[in-house]
Ligand binder design. Structure first.
Ligand SMILES: C[S@@+](CC[C@H](N)C(=O)[O-])C[C@H]1O[C@@H](n2cnc3c(N)ncnc32)[C@H](O)[C@@H]1O
Length: 449
């Protein structure tokens, strides 16, 4: 039987349903849907915009929809998602007129549900169109209003306000709703930045050099992962905050480096690109993830990476004490700094996750410490914005380790525009600082004594 081609909004609804049921991450699912349905680049763009936008704004959309839905709790989740994605388009996109959005929603409802559902969907959306949206000013509590307005869970907004103040929190929540610019790192072992910019421009990409890091470029049009230059190993897709880690570690020449949580290998390969005869030992817990490091090393032509599948909490069983000049613990974390790329993260993470993660982070640092040579560096990093996983873990480590000291040279190793953000031996980047991910770095040095 011939299958009719699915429309973009129908596919968006499938993605929203799977994400809602925790069956998949939105970014991974989107990629596989784009391939499966062989979408054109215009349709891929629309699908990404509708899906991400609806997830990003879920709480605001529910606030707008609530007065129009009689029995929200009993309404099937696909119907709620269909209404959300339709209202998202009506409020935030001006490409399609409201009547066309409503028509398409009703067609999807007809295909998936019975007559009653179809008329409910039609009724709710026509009411939204006719009566307009309720004002966010109705929410009296300012923290709660910020939560609904920027669609971040209330517990997280309150937590951030307590940790960083209202203004920083509000800026962060606003920026989290925007789409990040794709950034990439030049593989300096193969090509210079200016040569890469020329090669990509010739391929039809619109790229610019970063004013922050010498090895970084921004892509303003196109996806660099599909470029010839990517296949040739001239670049890696990486956020600029992540690139700061290799600068913090400052490995060079013949340094022996240990990367305790290395997959998929973004930082391992960056570090390896800066070495001559030195080597990076890259460990990760999962075999399928270690394969990703190997694949990247091969694509980039790097032969100075040794991979290992292991639990880094038991790393001392594998390697000698004080065997490494530099050690990196880029720990598993709540990922609250990368919400623009993974919008579903904000609804799934809990306070409990943060407590569990900080315990693992402490254990990883504890296990890595003996492997650092005297006078060597230990770097701790996360892609999150939370004091319990960041400052508290760093402080706890120092309290327990009189053999380590705060490394106050971290600031000097950071690019000039990042230096003002370094406090003591720590750096917290907020997504609003440079448009890069929220990120944390702490640098410890093992005393020589
Ligand atoms: C933040 S990611 C690392 C990202 C990586 N450094 C990069 O730049 O591409 C954290 C990684 O730690 C790994 N991991 C979690 N617990 C671990 C453990 N006990 N031992 C080793 N790796 C672990 C996860 O599998 C995950 O790949």
């Amino acid at each position: 039987m011939k299958q009719t081609k699915k429309g973009v909004r129908d596919i968006a609804l499938d993605v929203l349903e799977s994400v809602e049921k925790n069956q998949a991450y939105s970014n991974l699912l989107l990629n596989s849907m784009i391939n499966k349905h062989q979408l054109s680049s215009a349709d891929s763009g629309l699908l990404t915009e509708i899906t991400y936008g609806t997830i990003q704004r879920k709480m605001t959309l529910d606030y707008y929809l609530q007065p129009f839905i009689k029995n929200e709790k009993k309404t099937l989740s696909w119907i709620i998602n269909l209404l959300r994605l339709s209202v998202y388009q009506m409020v935030y996109l001006d490409k399609v007129p409201d009547h066309a959005i409503i028509y398409e929603a009703v067609e999807i409802a007809k295909k998936r549900g019975h007559k009653g559902i179809t008329s409910m969907v039609n009724g709710v959306l026509r009411n939204v169109q006719r009566k307009g949206l309720r004002s966010l000013e109705e929410i009296e509590d300012t923290a709660e209003r910020l939560a609904i307005e920027t669609s971040h869970p209330s517990w997280l907004v309150s937590r951030w306000i307590e940790q960083f103040g209202f203004e920083k929190t509000a800026d962060m929540c606003e920026v989290n709703l925007t789409a990040p610019v794709q950034s990439a790192r030049v593989n300096v072992k193969k090509i210079s930045r200016s040569e890469l910019v020329s090669a990509l421009t010739e391929e039809g990409y619109h790229v610019e050099i970063s004013p922050i890091l010498d090895e970084a470029i921004y892509c303003l049009r196109g996806n660099l992962a599909h470029s010839e230059s990517y296949k040739m190993g001239f670049l890696s897709i990486q956020d600029e905050s992540s690139m700061l880690v290799a600068h913090a570690l400052d490995a060079s020449l013949n340094d022996m480096v240990l990367d305790c949580c290395a997959a998929p290998g973004g930082k391992t390969t960056h570090i390896a690109e800066g070495l001559t005869t030195g080597q990076v030992v890259a460990i990760d817990l999962h075999e399928h993830k270690v394969k990703l490091i190997k694949d990247q090393a091969q694509r980039l032509g790097l032969r100075n990476i040794k991979t290992e599948v292991s639990d880094s909490r038991k790393i001392q069983e594998l390697y000698n004490k004080e065997g490494f000049d530099k050690v990196l613990v880029d720990a598993p974390c709540s990922g609250l700094g990368v919400m623009r790329r993974k919008p579903d993260v904000k609804y799934t993470k809990t306070k409990d996750d943060i407590i569990k993660l900080s315990s693992i982070q402490n254990q990883l640092l504890e296990a890595a410490a003996p492997l650092v040579k005297k006078g060597g560096n230990l770097i701790y990093s996360t892609c999150t914005v939370d004091q319990e996983e960041n400052d508290a873990v760093a402080n706890h480590f120092l309290e327990k380790h009189p053999d380590f000291e705060r490394d106050l040279t971290l600031k000097a190793r950071m690019p000039e525009s990042v230096q003002p953000l370094v406090i003591d031996y720590k750096l917290q980047v907020f997504p609003q600082d440079f448009g890069s991910d929220g990120f944390f770095i702490a640098s410890f040095r093992k005393k020589v004594l």
